[in-house]
Design a protein around this ligand. Structure first.
Ligand SMILES: Nc1ncnc2c1ncn2[C@@H]1O[C@H](COP(=O)(O)OP(=O)(O)OP(=O)(O)O)[C@@H](O)[C@H]1O
Ligand SMILES: [Mg+2]
Length: 202
């Protein structure tokens, strides 16, 4: 089996940016956010189950998940959030495993899993956990800079996620993303060397 590293971190900490840097080094990348998006697009495998569980109101006229409406629901309704996760997580896991099989020729694979700290079934897929960490104020500023979200909304999402200290406890490796892109690229280069050397040694 190819070495598989789970990449996680809070909202806007830099998971996608880090995955992009590893991809430049030739790593195999599996992105569970992209899989979730694909599953909830028009014709996606999760649409029928979501429509049955939440009603047709949550599907747009184009046949995809009404993401804004669903975000609004699950932000304040923990049971609804769990119901959505029960539909999506097994499908995401299945697709992720399929993609991992296709990437076995790579030296190592980075799988991006925002909910890694909460998901035993994803933890079982990986041999190492890499956490991208940054100061909460920087995190908030970057998310606001990327989207049109209000500060209170971003802080609300952070409050719902696994606490930073708890996430760091499961880390085998940590990338500190408080500085600029140069520092980030340097840290990824160091880990790339290490992961390349470790291939198949697990
Ligand atoms: N070192 C950095 N310097 C400057 N900007 C950065 C840095 N790292 C990330 N960013 C920017 O911060 C924002 C969040 O980064 P990114 O999208 O990679 O985070 P993420 O963890 O994938 O977020 P999400 O949880 O929403 O998927 C992006 O706009 C990205 O370009
Ligand atoms: Mg991302």
């Amino acid at each position: 089996m190819t070495l598989c590293i789970g990449l996680t971190g809070g909202i806007g900490c830099g998971k996608s940016t880090v995955a992009g840097l590893f991809a430049e080094h030739g790593a195999g990348i599996v992105d569970t956010d992209a899989i979730a998006h694909h599953l909830t697009q028009s014709g996606g495998d999760a649409i029928a189950a979501i429509s049955a569980a939440f009603g047709k109101d949550y599907i747009t006229v184009d046949g995809e998940l009404d993401r804004a409406k669903m975000r609004g629901l699950i932000f304040s309704d923990a049971a609804a959030k769990q119901r959505l996760e029960l539909i999506l997580h097994p499908l995401i896991l299945q697709q992720a495993k399929q993609q991992l099989r296709l990437l076995q020729t790579k030296h190592y694979i980075i799988i991006v899993v925002p909910l890694l700290a909460e998901s035993p079934s994803f933890r079982q897929l990986v041999q190492r956990v890499l956490v991208v960490d940054c100061d909460e104020n920087i995190q908030v500023a970057r998310v606001i800079g990327r989207s049109q979200m209000e500060e209170a909304e971003v802080r609300g999402i952070i409050a719902q996620q696994t606490p930073r200290a708890e996430r760091l406890q499961i880390a085998d490796d940590v990338i500190h993303n408080d500085a600029g892109m140069d520092s980030l690229a340097e840290q990824v280069s160091v880990l790339h060397e290490r992961y390349s050397a470790r291939q198949n040694s697990n």
